[in-house]
Design a protein around this ligand. Structure first.
Ligand SMILES: [Zn+2]
Ligand SMILES: [Zn+2]
Length: 47
């Protein structure tokens, strides 16, 4: 399995991170470097 591909959130940028929460590959724009989660999981973990 390759981890390279497009960001699963915006599907435009090249993904460079894999979210440990949901397994999505995401680009820098959709990666939360502080929480080390994708934007979706970071938003959900904010509660
Ligand atoms: Zn993205
Ligand atoms: Zn995630």
């Amino acid at each position: 399995m390759s981890v390279t591909g497009l960001c699963q959130i915006c599907e435009r940028e090249t993904a460079s991170h894999t979210c440990p929460g949901c397994g999505a590959v995401v680009c820098d724009d959709h990666w939360d470097g502080e929480r080390r989660l994708c934007a979706d999981c970071a938003a959900g973990a904010n509660a």
